[in-house]
Ligand binder design. Structure first.
Ligand code: KIV
Ligand code: ZN
Length: 515
């Protein structure tokens, strides 16, 4: 690999999933992984296999589904974690194990209760064990951004000697400032004697809103891998956003002496896919992928752009995948047309039955909405996979009355484990009435933390995509639903969240608990 290549390591499926409520099921992870592969992401961190049987199976499924990107599994510096990661990745066309242990004084003393020499020994042992499964081993000194430089150098030299081929420098708590973090990267590369035997990587969190700036500063100082996530999803305030890192490096070729191999025209479709699946909508003013990122409101700007695009635009909207809504299918399209368009979007079906199910959903939608866009198809498949987890509570029917001067009323029937239950309720609006009617049956004891609606495409016949965030005893989930009728979409989103909250995934968090 030439030294001017910047490796893009996407951790949406692992660190991104650590955002409260962003958990994804196996099929959703495979869909996202395939779209990341299509975008030419170099490494996909697919999960933390030891966390739960579900995480193990997801990493395994991604490892089987993806062949053009390296698939990576996370492991603490523990034998069991490394063995589970090695097993989950068996059969991958290209597999990486990413092992980590904390090196900052506060984490070693308070979290691990270990002495520095024990941490060093355990790091080396973990890397050597991971090398038994694959030649591609990454090591991270967790909380490197608050670790002592001499100790970091010592640990990195030792793990590279033990066989680590990538060493990743995380700013785990998002504490660093760009000039400081760049300097840390420069010093590490200069002082670690065997630095030339490994790729130096960067992994920044966004607690001070500096994850992208810190990552870019590290790249300017020699890092040749960036760990990032779609839409900047991730633990707490999130990780560095992939689209911002990639487009900064590409747009400012005059400053960066490295280049990614990413197909940037996939950025917006992948961003939408991740937002739809996780239920974390993208804010309109988000760089690159926000709805307003290329919209010019002021007359002066509009006039300038019409005369010469470069007056106010530093990137072309088409280069990051913004396209005019294109009608792809309609009411008269057949099964094969649906199958081939979905395949072009990276969605394939394991069985004819699954395709038939998608086709009947498509027909229902096409009857209500005559023009079907790619975004509608993505939402349709997301809805179908949501229904697969909607095992306990299913929507049978919903009738809402809303009239000027009257209190809105909703009458709902749910199927709960095969038995139908009905209730009606009044509310301040039709959505409120529908949620109250659901609660009259379920009495879930949950608190509503967020309710948001966005349109999937434009026009008054567009589908509304609803996100509902529920909380119960500190456990947070996001539910999604889409329909041309936003009250039905809202009820579906609420039920989706309820189904998730009553079946907590019971997975371990990689960065909590003892090593
Ligand atoms: O933020 C962090 O330190 C991590 C490590 C596991 C790399 O996510
Ligand atoms: Zn992280």
């Amino acid at each position: 690999m030439s030294s001017d290549r910047l490796i893009i390591f996407d951790t949406t499926l692992r660190d991104g999933e650590q955002s409260p409520g962003a958990s994804m099921n196996k099929d959703e992870k495979v869909r996202i992984a395939r779209s990341l592969e299509r975008m030419k992401v170099d490494v996909i961190e697919a999960g933390f296999p030891v966390a739960s049987p579900g995480d193990f199976e997801s990493v395994q499924a991604v490892a089987q589904a993806v062949s053009e990107s390296t698939v990576c599994g996370l492991a603490r510096a523990l034998d069991l974690d490394i063995d589970r990661a090695g097993e989950a990745l068996k059969g991958a066309a290209s597999a990486r194990i990413h092992t980590f242990i904390a090196t900052s004084p506060i984490h070693m003393k308070m979290k691990l209760r270990m002495e520095p020499d024990q941490v060093l020994e355990q790091a080396v042992r973990a890397v050597a064990r991971a090398r038994k499964y694959t030649d591609d081993v990454e090591f991270s000194p967790e909380d490197a951004g608050r670790s002592e430089l001499d100790f970091l150098c010592q640990v990195l030299e030792a793990v590279i000697d033990a066989g680590a081929t990538t060493v990743n420098i995380p700013d785990t708590v998002g504490y660093n400032l760009p000039h400081q973090f760049g300097e840390l990267m420069r010093q590490l590369i200069e002082r670690v004697p065997n630095a030339d035997k490994a790729v130096f990587s960067v992994h920044c969190h966004n607690d001070l809103g500096l994850a992208v700036a810190n990552s870019l500063s590290a790249v300017l100082n020699g890092a040749r891998q960036v760990e990032c996530t779609i839409n900047g999803l991730g633990e707490r305030a999130g990780n560095a956003s992939l689209e911002e890192v990639v487009m900064s490096v590409r747009t400012r070729r005059d400053i960066f002496s490295c280049e990614t191999r990413l197909d940037t025209t996939q950025i917006v479709p992948v961003s939408r896919l991740v937002a739809g699946i996780t239920g974390f909508p993208v804010q309109p003013n988000k760089a690159i992928v926000g709805a307003n990122a290329f919209a010019h409101e002021s007359g002066i700007h509009q006039d300038g752009v019409l005369k010469s695009r470069e007056t106010y635009e530093i990137m072309r909207a088409q280069d990051v995948g913004w396209s005019d809504n294109r009608i792809v299918l309609g009411k008269h399209s057949g099964r094969n047309a649906l199958r081939s368009r979905l395949e072009e979007l990276g969605i394939s079906f394991e069985s004819e039955e699954a395709l038939n199910e998608a086709f009947s959903r498509f027909k229902i939608l096409a009857d209500k909405k005559h023009e079907i866009f790619d975004e509608d198809l993505q939402a349709l498949v997301t809805e179908a996979s949501l229904d697969a987890v909607n095992e306990q509570f299913k929507l049978v029917s919903l009738k809402v009355c809303s009239e000027t001067g009257e209190t809105p009323n909703a009458a709902i029937t749910l199927n709960i484990d095969g038995v139908e239950h009905s209730a009606s309720a009044q509310g301040s609006g039709p959505v409120d009435a529908a949620f109250k009617a659901i609660e009259a049956i379920v009495d879930s004891g949950t608190g509503l933390q967020l309710y948001s609606v966005s349109n999937i495409t434009s026009g008054t016949d567009a589908q509304g995509e609803v996100t509902v965030r529920l909380e119960k005893a500190g456990h947070i989930v996001n539910g999604q639903g889409a329909d041309t009728d936003i009250v039905i979409a809202s009820a579906r989103a609420y039920l989706n969240a309820l189904n998730k909250i009553i079946r907590p995934d019971g997975r371990a968090h990689p960065q909590l608990g003892d090593v």
